[in-house]
Design a binder for this molecule. Structure first.
Ligand SMILES: NC(=O)c1ccc[n+]([C@@H]2O[C@H](COP(=O)([O-])OP(=O)(O)OC[C@H]3O[C@@H](n4cnc5c(N)ncnc54)[C@H](OP(=O)(O)O)[C@@H]3O)[C@@H](O)[C@H]2O)c1
Length: 276
């Protein structure tokens, strides 16, 4: 698999694996199968209640831990400095890990006004060696500007909702300008009607790929890192099989034109939406 290199030097595969809703024994089996299919970047969160399942899958998959990029996220209810440090430690105990490769603030929750304090905790946890790289999810330019102004440290990654119906052109431009890698959540739009879009179906046939592969390849060609979640080994393998074709500039523009101002899956605008 091809790689991205973050501004702090961490090397990441261009496609990762989402684990939302992969819990318990079935979740462990699905994550093991994902690792065995070849995924090396795994995305989890304290709030998914599956850091334990993820850690169990890592033990069972028979892959050297050092070859994996393991991600978790700090939930908004633990954004106080000391609370955040304890939560990161708890997150590690749950997964049975000594460190996370990536640890992200899950939502800015701007009305609460605590994300700078939580960011300072991530900076400190990185110094302690609990975390290799630190980043955020769902941060808008105004939130990122504030982090830089108040701490002097910019995230290396911003994980945001991104798919053909919501392509995040302006946030991507901001991220690129600030050396922040954009990582895409719900890269397949949560398997919504979008996968039945006529334009996408026609373009996928043109490249002899399925719609999921067309979309994920488009996201990689945008310079972003999609983290699709898939349950079956066939889909898991298919969603990584993106590196034997190139979407033409003209077809990239056609897919870019499908974006809509209200294209978010669930109306979760980080300026307003809060999650704890
Ligand atoms: N930071 C945040 O705020 C945030 C928010 C949401 C999600 N995330 C992360 O992003 C990850 C991915 O997002 P997501 O799980 O919401 O949605 P997604 O990856 O866009 O879509 C997952 C759905 O697509 C189906 N699917 C997978 N591959 C397919 C294919 N090739 N063709 C058709 N359907 C396919 C899956 O079905 P099966 O499982 O049945 O295969 C599942 O129902 C999450 O798992 C989570 O790790 C982060």
């Amino acid at each position: 698999m091809e790689n991205y290199v973050l501004s702090d030097g961490l090397r990441l595969p261009k496609v990762g694996f989402g684990t939302y809703l992969l819990n318990g024994a079935q979740g462990v089996n699905t994550i093991v199968s994902g690792i065995q299919a070849g995924y090396r970047l795994l995305d989890s969160a304290f709030n998914y209640e599956n850091e334990g399942a993820l850690g169990q899958a890592v033990k069972r998959a028979g892959i050297n831990r050092a070859d994996l990029i393991i991600t978790s996220k700090l939930p908004g209810r633990h954004y106080g400095f000391q609370d955040a440090i304890s939560t990161i430690q708890e997150s590690l105990y749950r997964a049975g890990l000594d460190y996370y490769d990536l640890y992200l603030l899950h939502w800015p929750n701007p009305k609460r006004g605590q994300y700078v304090e939580a960011w300072q905790a991530l900076i400190q946890a990185q110094k302690f060696g609990l975390i290799r790289s630190i980043g955020v999810c769902n941060f808008l330019p105004e939130h990122l500007d504030k982090l830089e102004k108040e701490t002097g440290v910019m995230p290396v990654i911003n994980q945001i909702e991104l798919h053909p119906y919501f392509n995040q052109q302006s946030q991507r431009d901001y991220d690129t300008k600030h050396n922040i890698l954009t990582e895409d959540w719900s890269p397949l739009g949560r398997a919504s009607q979008m996968l039945k879009n006529d334009t996408l179906i026609k373009l996928a046939a043109k490249y002899n790929k399925n719609v999921g592969q067309l979309i994920l390849r488009w996201e990689v060609q945008l310079g972003t890192l999609p983290i699709p979640k898939a349950s079956s080994p066939a889909r898991q393998a298919g969603n990584m099989d993106l590196f034997d074709f190139v979407i033409s500039d003209g077809d990239m523009s056609i897919i870019n034109s499908l974006t809509k101002p209200d294209g978010r899956s669930d109306n979760q605008d980080p300026a307003e939406y809060e999650e704890f």
